[in-house]
Design a binder for this molecule. Structure first.
Ligand code: G4P
Length: 530
């Protein structure tokens, strides 16, 4: 175990939320704690503002900026934290899903007024697939939100995970007075528009201490005592193992914009969040402590601005040590590749790096050698698994507008879908090409890029499907099914059979009528439709 010290030091995670819950604000506060930035407001929100939804060039421009902030590394309390950014815009949700395959844990931000929102549920589904440990930050406590017990109940129900509060709010909105740290038994008081300092932190092991009444007022003190009695009655002592297994999410309350309650969470994150964990390949599990280098590509960013056309592949180092100018084995292409200018992102600066360790993310300039999920090793032939495709939500048929450019169109659409811009399906037993995306913007991006980069003009014909399910079952039964349902059957790029459903009703009917066929929501046939 050559690099144990480096591995234990690292914590690689992402912050996820429904747009507007406070992800960017929380990111900024964490970077302030880590000394990666000096002033508030320094993190330009790389979320794509709502009004820009129809202007994809603007969105791409912002995404270009966001490459620099794709990974934000900083040190805090002798740990090296790699925070992987996820796009806020829902049309880029698939980017986020893939980023989640490259982290070891997540912090989920929930707006206390809105509770669990649609995008929160989707993102948590992806986390649960991998049993990713989750810490929950309930934000905007300075607003009149929902009752904290109700919020916890909603989180448990909708997100299908047990929760345990580690801090507890005292009132909310205008009357928000602070949080009580349940583990440390300390009280952090909140004063609007004022930074909480350590002086506001008070050790308070005994809640019956009359000091509590003078600090909070009798009413709020009584409510806190009551709440804590209830909480102590319901929850056992915090079990880190359950958290690490993705079964239990510790919950913190606070206000990111006021930098309140954030430090409690960060300090706990440092204590409990996992350092780089073992990862599965198609051959065996690879430990981060394995001396030989390995890693996989989880994201490819292509800048579509013709003035700055570059492509960056993001490599997550999984084991051993990655070194600059060293030949590594590109398993899928069966060839050796080396990188003279790999970079990392310490303190938000792009820096050429000489080496990187498990948990780190390295940006590699790419001329088209990579596709999502590619594995690099020191020579062994295995692939990291668990970087599946997820069902798209919109489906359109690709229409070739210029028959003279058929070859270019074919090549272009293959390359763009390798990058993960969208998914390509081909009609089973035919040649029609169907593109699946999460958001409408991707269709615009594809159309633009096919024309600009490949000279191929295309348009799209909307199709009535809402979900793709990868199917498997006894061969004769599957053959029968595909014959009967020919119009709905396509193949993904690997030749796997996929059923496109028009509605939940159709999907349920087919499942009931074909009990021997299994319907999966990911391309790796690991997650069955519930
Ligand atoms: P996102 O990345 O999850 O999309 O959310 P972001 O941090 O951009 O926050 C969304 C809005 O919520 C921002 O306001 C932000 O200031 C506000 N916000 C974040 N944390 C808190 C909090 O603890 N309390 C309150 N009251 N508001 C909070 P905005 O008006 O959309 O943008 P801005 O002009 O303030 O930047």
């Amino acid at each position: 175990m050559k690099y144990a010290h480096e591995i234990e030091k690292r914590k690689t995670f992402a912050i996820i939320s429904h747009p507007d819950a406070g992800k960017t604000t929380l990111t900024e506060k964490l970077l302030l704690f880590g000394g990666a930035i000096q002033t508030a407001g320094a993190v330009k929100s790389n979320k794509i503002k709502k009004h820009a939804t129809s202007d994809f060039m603007e969105i791409e421009r912002q995404r270009g900026i966001s490459v620099a902030t794709s990974v934000m590394s900083f040190e805090y309390r002798e740990k090296l934290i790699n925070l992987l950014d996820t796009p806020g815009h829902k049309d880029f949700a698939e980017d986020t899903y893939r980023t989640l395959t490259a982290v070891d844990s997540v912090i989920l931000v929930i707006d206390c007024v809105k509770g669990v929102e649609e995008q929160t549920e989707r993102l948590m589904e992806v986390c649960r697939m991998r049993d990713t440990p989750v810490i929950i930050f309930i934000n905007k406590m300075d607003r009149d939100g929902r009752n904290p017990f109700d919020l916890m109940e909603e989180v448990e129900k909708k997100l299908n995970i047990k929760t345990q509060p580690l801090t507890w709010p005292i009132n909310m909105g205008r009357e928000f007075k602070g949080v009580y740290n349940i583990l440390d038994k300390s009280l952090l008081r909140f004063q609007a528009n004022q930074k909480a300092t350590d002086e506001d932190l008070l050790d308070l092991p005994d809640l019956n201490n009359p000091q509590l009444d003078s600090l909070l007022g009798e009413k709020d003190a009584a409510v806190l005592r009551e709440d804590m009695e209830l909480i102590n009655g319901v929850y056992e002592s915090f079990d880190q193992e359950s958290y690490l297994n993705g079964e239990l999410a510790p919950v913190f309350f606070g206000s990111a914009v006021n930098n309140f309650g954030v430090k409690d969470m960060l300090d706990m994150f440092i204590r409990i969040a996992p350092s780089p964990r073992p990862r599965m390949t198609d051959q065996r599990e690879i430990s981060a402590y394995d001396n030989k280098f390995s890693g996989f590509i989880f994201k490819i960013h292509a800048n579509i601005d013709p003035k700055h056309r570059d492509r960056v592949a993001f490599l997550r180092v999984c084991s051993g040590k990655f070194e600059r100018n060293t030949f590594y084995h590109h398993v899928r292409l069966d060839k050796n590749v080396r990188f003279s200018n790999p970079y990392t992102f310490l303190a938000r600066e792009k820096n050429v790096v000489d080496d990187a360790y498990p948990g780190d993310v390295v940006g590699l300039f790419d001329t088209g050698n990579f596709k999502i999920g590619d594995t690099l090793t020191e020579g062994e032939n295995y692939f990291y698994t668990g970087i599946p495709s997820f069902s798209p939500e919109l489906f359109k048929e690709l229409v070739n507008n210029d028959p003279m450019k058929t070859k270019q169109l074919e090549k272009g659409i293959r390359q763009l879908t390798d990058e993960g811009v969208a998914q390509l399906f081909t009609q089973h037993g035919g040649n029609r090409k169907i593109i699946g995306c999460v958001g409408d913007l991707q269709f615009e991006v594809i159309q633009y890029r096919l024309l600009q980069e490949y000279g191929a003009a295309c348009s799209f014909r909307t199709l009535p499907y809402f979900k793709a399910c990868w199917i498997k079952g006894p061969q004769d039964i599957v053959s029968n099914f595909t014959r009967f349902k020919q119009a709905n059957i396509v193949e993904d790029k690997e030749g796997n059979l996929v059923y496109l459903a028009e509605s939940a009703w159709y999907l349920n009917t087919e499942r009931t009528n074909n009990p021997e066929i299994k319907f999966y929501i990911t391309s790796d046939f690991k997650h069955e439709l519930e």
